[in-house]
Design a protein around this ligand. Structure first.
Ligand code: ATP
Length: 330
């Protein structure tokens, strides 16, 4: 019996369950036994697995988190880690492995492949949308909707008090969540590191643009959406400096982990289902060492070597943001 292993790794993302379900159902119809590996790569080292049946994945498509749990695994990064993990995979009698995770998880997969010769396929699952080779990752659109819901609420209070608000969203080193949620909530400014060449100059322009807007009362409230890790100062400090410069009460809010949770939106469920099915097809065709992604609405197969992080020189993002942000030289 062909035993197909599946695991979720790195940060959890809404829609991972939908991917597990698709892999399980498609795998079962191909005649495979589906072995869920618990808690990311840790489950390999600990031989911690569960057999997935159609019943186990029933009624999970709408749930956030991941049925298999996820984790970071330091052991795989150790010198002897990948060899040991390969030994464990052999012990588990697995014939192929599908990994749902971020780019770090794919780096782990590449290491594993040096010692384990069977098919390994990746599916991009991270709210950050920071993986090259795919337009979207599972969880991205849900995270934006969650952020948007919170920012809309913050806007209400900002509006009532005529305040400036700095709202920090996730994204690791990538500005996509900030960009999409910022555009959708009508943010007056969107900040992400991709836009900043010289921080001092950028901040001076930003303070002046805000002062201009509040002086001429262009808006009752002023919302700034900022991607985490954009600046060398924290969001609270940025808010303080804006308040000092403009004389307007400025608050900061870090949205944090709520962005990872919640029921996946339709887009993430559909994406996860399509990627899951294609991943099983790739396994059936004996393919290995690649990520299944979605480009221009088409399924694509991208070798792990060509994935990598979409974190710098993201011209597409920079162009769109420059178009939407208020003119900082105002
Ligand atoms: P997210 O971006 O959503 O947090 P991710 O998959 O990028 O997801 P990481 O923590 O970077 O998250 O990676 C997940 C796991 O993959 C790590 O805990 C580790 O076990 C493995 N991994 C990452 N990079 C390497 C590497 N260079 N060598 C071996 N294993 C790695």
């Amino acid at each position: 019996l062909f035993r197909l292993g599946v695991l979720t790794s790195g940060g959890d993302a809404p829609g991972m369950n939908a991917a597990i379900r698709a892999i399980t159902l498609k795998g079962l119809s191909a005649g495979f036994e589906i072995v869920g590996i618990n808690a990311g790569y840790n489950g390999i080292f600990n031989l911690d697995t569960q057999i997935l049946s159609a019943q186990s994945v029933d009624n999970i498509i709408q749930r956030g988190g991941t049925l298999l749990k996820t984790a970071r695994c330091s052991q795989l990064r150790e010198e002897d880690g990948p060899r040991l993990a390969a030994e464990k995979l052999t012990q588990l009698k697995l014939d192929a492995l599908i990994i749902i995770g971020g780019d770090g998880s794919f780096r782990g997969a590449v290491k594993l492949a040096e010692f384990w010769p069977k098919p390994i396929i990746g599916i991009p699952g991270t709210i950050d949308n920071d993986i090259n080779g795919t337009d979207q990752t599972i969880g991205f659109w849900t995270a934006i909707d969650t952020a948007l819901d919170s920012i809309d609420k913050i806007r209400d209070t900002a509006d009532a008090f005529e305040r400036i608000f700095v709202v920090e969203v996730m994204g690791r080193d990538c500005g996509f969540i900030a960009m999409e949620s910022g555009i959708a909530c009508g943010a007056e400014q969107i900040i992400c590191h991709e836009l900043i060449e010289d921080e001092e100059t950028y901040l001076a322009q930003l303070y002046n643009a805000i002062l201009h807007a509040v002086t001429w009362r262009q808006t009752q409230s002023y919302v700034i959406v900022i991607a985490e890790h954009s600046l060398s100062i924290c969001s609270a400090e940025l808010a303080k400096r804006i308040a000092d410069f403009t004389g307007v009460d400025t608050k900061s809010a870090i949205l944090g982990y709520i962005q990872r949770g919640g029921a996946p939106v339709a887009m993430d469920r559909v994406l996860a289902t399509q990627l899951g099915i294609s991943a099983v097809k790739a396994v059936c065709e004996g393919k290995t060492g690649l990520m299944i992604g979605m480009k221009n609405n088409e399924m694509v197969e991208i070798p792990f070597a060509q994935t990598g992080l979409k974190n710098t020189h993201n011209q597409d993002l920079i162009k769109r943001l420059k178009h939407f942000n208020f003119d900082l030289t105002d």
